[in-house]
Design a protein around this ligand. Structure first.
Ligand SMILES: Cc1ncc(COP(=O)(O)O)c(CN[C@@H](CN)CCC(=O)O)c1O
Length: 434
C-alpha cells in the first residue's frame, strides 16, 4: 500500500484554498476515487511525491516533458535566462528564434503568434477564422477538447468527459448556438453539416489525432475529407495539435497524414514545461491579426523570454540530427512506445483481459473495451471500473499514469528500456486484478 499520508494532509489543506484543491480539474484524481500524490520534484522519466514515493512518469505534465523532467540543457539555459530578467514586455530575439524553429517543423505555419496556453491559441484561432471569413459558426467534434474558451466548452473531452459534464454552465445559449458538434470519424455527419450550413461555417477545429477521449486515431481518409469539404465551402480547417504536435510525428499529425490545415494550434512541447502555446498558418490569414490587421489578440506574458528559452532548448534537442545511420529522436520515441504497448497487450492476453492499445508516435493509450474505439461514444462505453482498478494497481507499483481513460499517455527521451520492461511487468500484475 502506497504511503500518501503527507499528500492526503496537503490535499485537505489545498481544498480550503483552491476549487477541489487543484488548479486544473484532472489533477484531482476525483474520477479514480483516490487522493492525488503531491509532487516534490521530477527528474528524467521519474517523478517524486512529498511522501518519498518514486514513480515512472507517463503523464509528463500532460505532454510537454518530451525530453524528460529537468533536462540539464533546458535547466542551464533557463538559469542563464532568468539572470537576464524574467519578463520585459518588449520584443526579443528569442521569440523570432523559436518561431523559426517551429516553422522548420511546421512549414504550414507561415506566420505564427505566441500565446500562453492551448486555450488561448485555439480561442484566438477561432476569432481569427471568424474575422477572416465574416462567418459565425464553427464545427467541433464530440469528445475533442480544445481548452476552456466558451465556444469550445461544448461536448468537450478531457476533464469534461472525465467528470461527465460535456457542456459547462456559464456558456450562454448565444455562444453555444454557433458551435456545431458532430461525432469524430463520422464522414456522413460531416458532409451533411456542410451541405446544410456550409455557407455559415467559419472554421472546423479538430484534434487531427484525438487525445482527449482517450487516444483515438482518424480513420483512413477522414482528415482528407475535412480538408476537401472545408476548401469547397470556403471554411478554414484548424488543426489543434496542442497535444499531438511533435508526437504523432515530429511534424505532428499534419505531417503524419499529409494534410495541410489553414491554421495550426500548438502548445505543451513548444514550451518545454513553461507556459507557451501558439497559433499560426497561412500568411494571408495571419496578417489579419493585430497589429498587422484588425483581429485583436494580446498577452502580457506572450513570448516570455524564459518560456521561449525552455521551448527553444526542447525543440533543439528533439530536432537535432541523429548520428549517421541512427533513427532521429522522434523515431526512437515511437519505437520505445511500440515496445511498451505491445508488451502490455501481451500481458492483457495472458491475463485474459480485453484491452485495446492505441499508439500514435510517442503518445499511447488503453481502453478496456472489446469494441474498436473510434469516437466519444465508443470511448465512453469502455469499462471505467476496470480502468480504475488498473490505474490504482499501476500507481501502487510506481507507475504514474493519467487518472482518466479520457486522457493520453506520453513517452519521453528519458524513459529507458529497463523502465519500459518494468512497466510491462507491472502491467502484468495490474491486469490480473482487473
Ligand atoms: C488538444 C488540446 N488542445 C488544447 C488544450 C488546452 O491547452 P491548455 O489551455 O490546457 O494549455 C489541451 C489541454 N490538454 C489537457 C489534457 N488533456 C491539459 C491538462 C489539463 O487540463 O490540466 C489539449 O489537449
Amino acid at each position: 500500500m502506497l504511503n500518501l499520508e503527507k499528500s492526503a494532509a496537503a490535499f485537505e489543506e489545498a481544498k480550503k484554498l483552491m476549487p477541489g484543491g487543484v488548479n486544473s480539474p484532472v489533477r484531482s484524481y476525483r474520477s479514480v476515487d483516490c487522493n492525488p500524490p503531491f509532487i516534490a520534484r521530477a527528474e528524467g522519466s521519474h517523478i517524486f511525491d512529498i511522501d518519498g514515493n518514486e514513480y515512472i512518469d507517463y503523464v509528463g505534465s500532460w505532454g510537454p516533458m518530451v525530453v524528460g523532467h529537468a533536462h540539464p540543457q533546458v535547466v542551464k539555459a533557463l538559469q542563464e535566462a532568468a539572470a537576464r530578467g524574467t519578463s520585459y514586455g518588449a520584443p526579443t530575439l528569442i521569440e523570432s528564434q523559436l518561431a523559426k524553429k517551429v516553422m522548420e517543423v511546421y512549414p504550414s505555419m507561415e506566420v505564427i503568434r505566441m500565446v500562453n496556453s492551448g486555450t488561448e491559441a485555439t480561442m484566438s484561432a477561432l476569432r481569427l477564422a471568424r474575422g477572416y471569413t465574416g462567418r459565425n459558426k464553427i464545427v467541433k467534434f464530440i469528445g475533442c477538447y480544445h481548452g476552456h474558451s466558451d465556444s469550445l466548452l461544448v461536448k468537450a473531452g478531457s476533464g469534461m468527459a472525465t467528470f461527465g459534464v460535456p457542456d459547462s454552465p456559464g456558456v450562454t445559449p448565444g455562444t453555444a448556438q454557433d458551435t456545431i458538434t458532430i461525432p469524430y470519424n463520422d464522414f456522413e455527419a460531416f458532409k451533411a453539416v456542410f451541405a446544410e450550413q456550409g455557407a455559415e461555417i467559419a472554421a472546423v477545429i479538430v484534434e487531427p489525432v484525438a487525445g482527449n477521449m482517450g487516444l483515438v486515431l482518424p480513420k483512413p481518409g477522414y482528415l482528407d475529407l475535412l480538408r476537401k469539404v472545408t476548401t469547397e465551402h470556403g471554411a478554414l480547417l484548424i488543426f489543434d495539435e496542442v497535444m499531438c504536435g511533435f508526437r504523432a510525428s515530429l511534424g505532428g499529425a499534419q505531417a503524419a497524414y499529409a494534410v495541410k490545415p489553414d491554421l495550426t494550434c500548438l502548445g505543451k512541447i513548444i514550451g518545454g514545461g513553461l507556459p507557451v502555446a501558439a497559433y499560426g498558418g497561412r500568411r494571408d490569414i495571419m496578417e489579419k491579426v493585430s497589429p498587422a490587421g484588425p483581429v485583436y489578440q494580446a498577452g502580457t506574458l506572450s513570448g516570455n523570454p524564459l518560456a521561449m528559452t525552455a521551448g527553444l532548448e526542447t525543440l533543439k534537442i528533439i530536432t537535432a540530427p541523429p548520428e549517421p545511420g541512427e533513427p532521429d529522436y522522434s523515431r526512437v520515441l515511437t519505437i520505445r512506445t511500440k515496445k511498451l504497448v505491445l508488451g502490455v497487450a501481451q500481458k492483457a492476453k495472458e491475463a485474459g483481459v480485453t484491452l485495446q492499445v492505441q499508439q500514435a508516435g510517442s503518445m499511447f493509450g488503453f481502453f478496456f473495451s472489446d469494441k474498436e474505439v473510434t469516437d466519444y461514444e465508443t470511448s465512453a462505453a469502455a469499462d471505467q471500473e476496470a480502468f480504475k482498478v488498473w490505474f490504482k494497481a499501476m500507481l501502487e507499483q510506481g507507475i504514474y499514469l493519467a487518472p482518466s481513460q479520457f486522457e493520453t499517455l506520453f513517452m519521453s527521451g528519458a524513459h529507458t528500456d529497463e523502465e519500459i520492461d518494468r512497466t510491462i511487468e507491472a502491467a502484468g500484475v495490474a491486469l490480473k486484478k482487473v
